[in-house]
Design a protein around this ligand. Structure first.
Ligand SMILES: [Fe+2]
Length: 368
């Protein structure tokens, strides 16, 4: 059974007939889920569990390679924007960010994330695989023209591009559809977000954590943070450990996928927060080793003793186009203010203080 606390949105209903009564109801549910939880589970029958498994196997095999082999896929001269980033490079920004530390301070101590104040880098590796479309106009933020990196190892090389493209496209299609549902559910024209993200620098960005090295309980695999893009979508991981926080309750929610079936997890990022004037807040999350992770490790060891013990997260970052003018949509900002006023009247406190969302280009927001 699904975690009762995270709403499940049926994308099939929308894809089958976007204007139907049932679809509109589902769109509203999607928008409400983003407003309340900053996250939702998406059911998409087009997504194949086999493709997700092929992807997880590929990335496990990739990160099981010796470090000197992985290093060949690093592109430090390109700021690691394509290819591999090895572990202990990415630091959780929250530890040195005052508003973020305040969010933690406002949480009930029992609901707080694992302590990130030591500001140690996350023990995870990442691979960036661009899945963007070149804009037909001259961009102010041309980004990276460099091609994607294809690993050298023969065994991995031949499987790599088809599997990355197939799984990446499944997630990209699903998240673009969800952006349409969210727009409709928020009372906007259906194409509002989808068009705004048409030329976004979307990334398939799986992470890998070596559970042989980092498999002790309460290890932080990714410290408490929000994502800076518009929407992040994930396939099912083989190991639990992702916790999210709902903005209204401040409760930690361990994400559990339904045991079987075609589900994806979606989280709101900073660009959606900005565009909605804070009606939707970027969702805070962390990845840690908890009891459920430990149980999954034991099951995996017993069931697949020959496989690498690596936690893969099949993350896909969906971005708005860099040249898009990021400014709160007035109708949404109005609702955000009303929601805040309600919360204050009811004595509930929002996790974050009121934020000013200065108009800027998306490209500027990313640089910031
Ligand atoms: Fe994240």
């Amino acid at each position: 059974m699904a975690d009762a606390t995270l709403p499940i949105i049926n994308l099939d209903v929308f894809v089958a007939s976007p204007e139907s009564e049932a679809a509109l109801k589902e769109c509203k549910k999607a928008a409400d889920a983003l407003i309340t939880y900053g996250a939702l589970l998406l059911h998409d029958s087009r997504v194949s569990e086999e493709d997700n498994n092929a992807f997880l196997d590929l990335i496990e095999d990739y990160f099981a390679q010796p470090e000197e082999t992985l290093k060949k896929d690093e592109r430090p001269e390109l700021g690691y924007q394509v290819g591999v980033t090895l572990e202990n490079t990415e630091k959780p920004k929250c530890a040195v960010d005052e508003p973020c530390l305040k969010v933690i301070a406002r949480l009930d101590p029992a609901e707080r994330p694992l302590d990130i104040t030591a500001h140690s880098p996350d023990p995870k590796c990442r691979f960036f695989w661009k899945m963007s479309e070149k804009p037909p106009y001259e961009s102010q933020y041309p980004g990276l023209n460099a091609p994607n990196v294809v690993p050298e190892d023969e065994n991995i090389r031949e499987r790599w591009t088809p599997i990355m493209e197939k799984w990446g496209t499944s997630m990209k299609t699903a998240v673009a559809n969800l952006s349409e549902m969210a727009a409709v559910g928020l009372g906007l024209p259906r194409e509002t977000f989808k068009d705004a993200g048409k030329y976004g620098p979307h990334l398939l960005a799986p992470t890998a954590s070596d559970l042989k090295k980092y498999g002790q309980k309460d290890t932080i695999l990714a410290g408490f943070h929000t994502d800076l893009n518009f929407l992040t979508i994930h396939g099912r991981s083989r190991y639990p450990g992702l916790n999210i926080w709902a903005r209204n309750s401040g409760k930690r929610i361990p994400v559990r996928f339904p045991a079987t079936g075609r589900y994806l997890l979606v989280q709101a990022g900073k660009q959606l927060e900005h565009l909605s004037g804070g009606l939707v807040k970027a969702g805070y999350h962390e990845v840690v080793v908890n009891d459920a992770t430990l149980q999954a490790i034991e099951r995996r060891k017993a069931g697949h003793p020959d496989r690498p013990l690596i936690r893969i997260s099949s993350t896909f970052f969906w971005h708005l186009s860099s040249d898009y003018d990021l400014a709160p949509i007035p109708a949404l900002q109005e609702r955000a203010r009303a929601l805040r006023a309600d919360a204050i009247t009811l004595g509930k406190i929002d996790l974050e203080e009121e934020t000013a969302y200065e108009p800027m280009k998306v490209g500027q927001q990313v640089i910031k």
